[in-house]
Every structure is written in C-alpha cells, then in structure tokens.
Write a protein that binds this ligand. Structure first.
Ligand code: UD1
Ligand code: CA
Length: 472
C-alpha cells in the first residue's frame, strides 16, 4: 500500500434545508466558487488516483458542477439519504473495482478545507497503518457533532452522534470533523456490517470506528490545526462567516506576496484572482472572477472589477468594470462604468461619469468626461470631448463608430452609427455626426449663432410698459 493510491469520496447528497433556498447547499458560493468547488479544488491538490462524488438532491445541477471542478470524478447517485455510511457504500459500488490503498471521505460543505491539510492527513493515515483515522477538532460548542470517545489510555474507541450521546459524552469537546481516512480493504468489509439501529435510523459511517476496535485494529485521531478548515455552513449566516474567513485568508496570502492592502476588512478578493507585486488596493475594492492586476497598479477606493485585466502602473478609482482590459499606465475613474469588451490602451483615459461597452480605445486616447462610448473603435492619441454620445442603437440593431488617430472631437457631440471619423480630424462643439468625416477634415453641424444685442434692457422696458398699462 502506498499513500499515492488514494481514493477520495466527497459526500454531497444531502439537501441542506436550513439554507431556505431553491439552490442546494453545496452550490452556494463564497469567494467566487461554490462550497463544493472549494472542496474539490482541495481534493485535486492531493493528486488522488480517483474521486467519487455522491450526489442525490438536485443531482441534475450538482453532477455537472462537480465535473467542472473535477472532470475525472465518478458520480455516484444515492437515491435516498440513508446516512453517511450508506453514501460511502454507494460510492464504492459505483467503482469498476474495489479500491485499494487509502480511502478518504470528505463532506461537500467545508469550503475552508485546504489541500495541504487533506494531503497531510492522508499521508499520516497511510504511515500509521491504522484501519481508520479520524480528523478531529476541539470546539467550544460541540452540539450536533459526533463526539470522539477515548478510553483511559487515550485510544479512540468510538464516535457517538449527538442524538445517541449519554449526558457525559455530550460534554466531550473533541469532535469528528466529518473527514475520515480508511484502509480500503477494512472499509469495504466494515460497510457491509453497519446497521441503522440508532436514534436517526441511518447507516452511520462513524460506526466503522467501533467495528475497527472490535476487530482489534488501530484507530488513529489527528487534530486539525485550524478547526475552521472543517467547518460547514448550514445556513446563510454561517455561509457569510465562512466567506469572511476565506476572504481574510486570500487577502493575507496576497499581502505576503507583496500586495499592499490598505483595509483588509473592506477588500474582497475571489479565489481565482491574480495580483502582481506592488499592486496597491485601497478600501472598498472587490476583485472578482478571473481578474488580473499587474504590478504597480493602484485600484480603489470603492471599485469592483470582474474578469478584468489591469495593466502595470494603471490607476483605477471608484470604478465598476466587467470583462474589460485596462492598459498599462492608463487612468480610469472616478465614477466610470466599463462594460464587457472595453479595451483601453496604454496611458489612455476613461474619466468621470463615462460608460463604455465593446469599445477599443487606443494608446494615449482619452474619453475624459460624461460620455457614452458603445460599439466603438478609437485610434491613438485622440480626444473625445465632454458629454459625447456614441449613438450605437437605431432601435433595431447596434452599429459601430470608428474614430481615427490624433483626432479631437468637440464637446457635446453625438455620433450616429454607423459612422467613421478619420485621422487628424476635428469636430465642433455640439456636432451631430451623421456622415463620415475624412482624414484631416473639420465637421460642424450646429447652425450659426443668433445674438440679440441689449436683450436684457429691451426686455426690462417691455415689462415696465406692461405694468404702467395695468396701473392706468
Ligand atoms: C456527520 C457525522 C458527524 C460529524 C459531522 C461533521 C455521521 C453519522 N456523522 O454528522 O460525526 O461530526 O458530520 O459535520 O457521519 N450525506 C450524504 N448522504 C446521506 C447523508 C449525508 O451524502 O445519506 C452527506 C451530506 O450531504 C453532508 C455529509 O454527508 O455533506 C454529512 O451529513 P450530515 O447529515 O450533515 O451529517 P451530520 O449529522 O452533520
Ligand atoms: Ca453536517
């Protein structure tokens, strides 16, 4: 037997009614992944020989989701939730042949579990030669957990579930984390001996401990370093708490990698985000999905970036961006809204109260103030005047506006797409561009200005004349 022959069984057939949700418990998300997604990520880090996920409730959703995180996993369907022992039997029966080596059982709702803890536990089990190893924790409120019952010599004799505890056993603070490791041959034999004569009428996986002791086998217990790693979330309050702890772990991890985080408590970073050294995150920043921030960039305060790439040395202030690319040394914000397909070139600018969508803005080009830029391509070194609307929608279809390089458009323009403005061109203030503007041209569409001289004095004279008429 080698520690490399490892089968991991993930239990995820139970529903989780306390979530009060149409979404099954293990699919609830924290830190950018479902709970079971976090567990499967940790499981994959142990380089297992095979993974079996036991699914039942909402298997149509849970099954495909499991395969996203663990494409090689075997899905075992447990039709009725008759207990954790029954679930593991279903898992073993779904395999083409009986497992050998080590079998580790984990539950699908412990999102803080780390791969290295699981790996260390599996290795310790394999080295010990025990038939069963239990990952235990010591908690202040053991209510609801299976208690670890040891004899006077300290040997683990049994795990007793809450409902089956004597008053004395209920005082035991050492609990079963729900993560157990087995010598495969012993497990297969023990599963067939489980009975359901207990308070819940279920087949308990935990009864394998008693069976091991009765047969004279060794049972080992390993204390988990941080009990939070094996905590499950049963309701939304616990989910939020685990989410906070997970975030703290991720934020601390990035600070150790050389990222400055001014206020860790208000900075949220999801699991798949990547940050380079000397990035600075200011308070109220949320980095979500596959966001990447390159070195020396400063993000925040009060900024949400989802699946967005920020170039080296860029500055992003009070911004909401999704599926956007911000070039190196670029400036974004404050109060900017970058929608999918926004690509801002190096040293470019998207300024205050500007919304962009499917817009490629070239190097050093600027959209500084109060504009909507949709379905557009802007060349390099161009400047878009304040208050400009790229009118991309004719009520039926979206059209593109193309603007060349070194072009300066006036304030309060409207570009009625499809339209093209060339290189080195200009437009006057208030221009509505309906026809293409060639390279080097100036386009103006506003009519000539009418100025009425002495308007104020003439108006006052008229008013006075009217008042005198009334008095007469
Ligand atoms: C279980 C353990 C308990 C431990 C606790 C840790 C048993 C009998 N008890 O209790 O010692 O302290 O976990 O959280 O093992 N599941 C199935 N099919 C079933 C039943 C459960 O897949 O038929 C899954 C659930 O979805 C869940 C996990 O197994 O992911 C644990 O089940 P749960 O009912 O929560 O067990 P606990 O009563 O918490
Ligand atoms: Ca539980």
């Amino acid at each position: 037997m080698t520690s490399s022959d490892l089968t991991v069984i993930v239990l995820a057939a139970g529903g989780g009614t306390r979530m009060k949700s149409k979404t099954m418990k293990v699919l609830h998300r924290i830190g950018g992944r479902s709970m079971i997604g976090h567990v499967l990520t940790a499981v994959q880090e142990t380089a297992p020989s095979r993974v079996v996920a036991v699914i039942g409730t909402q298997r149509e959703q849970v099954g495909p989701h499991v395969l996203e995180h663990a494409p090689d996993a075997v899905l075992a369907v447990q039709e009725t939730q008759d207990g954790t022992g029954h679930a593991v039997r279903v898992a073993i029966e779904s395999l083409p042949e009986a497992p050998t080596g080590t079998v580790v059982v984990v539950t699908g709702d412990t999102p803080l579990l780390r791969g290295e803890s699981l790996r260390a536990f599996a290795a310790a089990h394999a080295d010990s030669g025990a038939a069963v190893s239990v990952l235990t924790g010591t908690v202040e409120k053991p209510f609801g957990y299976g208690r670890i019952v040891r004899n006077d010599a300290g040997t683990v004799e049994a795990i007793v579930e809450e409902k089956d505890c004597t008053d004395e056993q209920r005082e035991i603070a050492e609990i079963n984390s729900g993560i157990l490791a087995f010598e495969a041959g012993f497990l297969v034999g023990a599963l067939s001996q489980l009975t359901n004569d207990n308070a819940n009428g279920e087949y308990y996986l935990t009864d394998t401990v008693k069976l091991a002791r009765a047969a004279g086998h060794t049972v080992a217990a390993h204390q988990v370093d941080d009990v939070r790693e094996t905590e499950g979330a049963n309701d939304r309050a616990q989910l939020a708490e685990l989410g906070r702890i997970l975030n703290q772990r991720i934020v601390t991890g990035w600070m150790k990698e050389g990222v400055t985080v001014m206020d860790p408590a208000t900075t949220w970073i999801e699991a798949d985000v990547v940050l380079e050294r000397d990035v600075t995150l200011l308070p109220g920043t949320q980095l979500l999905g596959a966001t990447l921030v390159r070195e020396d960039a400063v993000v925040g305060p009060d900024t949400t970036l989802e699946d967005t790439e920020v170039g080296a040395g860029a500055r992003v202030v009070r911004t909401h961006a999704q599926l956007a690319v911000i070039g190196m040394e670029a400036n974004v914000g404050p109060f900017s809204y970058l929608r999918p397909g926004t690509v801002l070139g190096a040293a470019g600018k998207i300024g205050a109260f500007v919304e962009t969508k499917n817009a490629q803005i070239g190097n050093r080009s600027k959209v500084p103030h109060l504009s909507y830029v949709g379905d557009a391509e802007i060349g390099e070194d161009s400047n878009i005047g304040a208050g400009t609307i790229f009118a991309n929608y004719d009520g039926k279809q979206k059209h593109r506006t193309t603007i060349g390089s070194r072009t300066k458009t006036g304030s309060n323009n409207t570009f009625i797409a499809p339209v093209r403005i060339g290189d080195d061109a200009m437009t006057g203030g208030g221009t509505t561009v309906r026809q293409d503007v060639p390279d080097g041209a100036l386009a103006v569409s506003a009519g000539p200005q009418r100025t009425l001289e002495d308007w104020k004095a003439r108006k006052a004279a008229v008013v006075q004349a009217e008042e005198e008429g009334e008095d007469a």
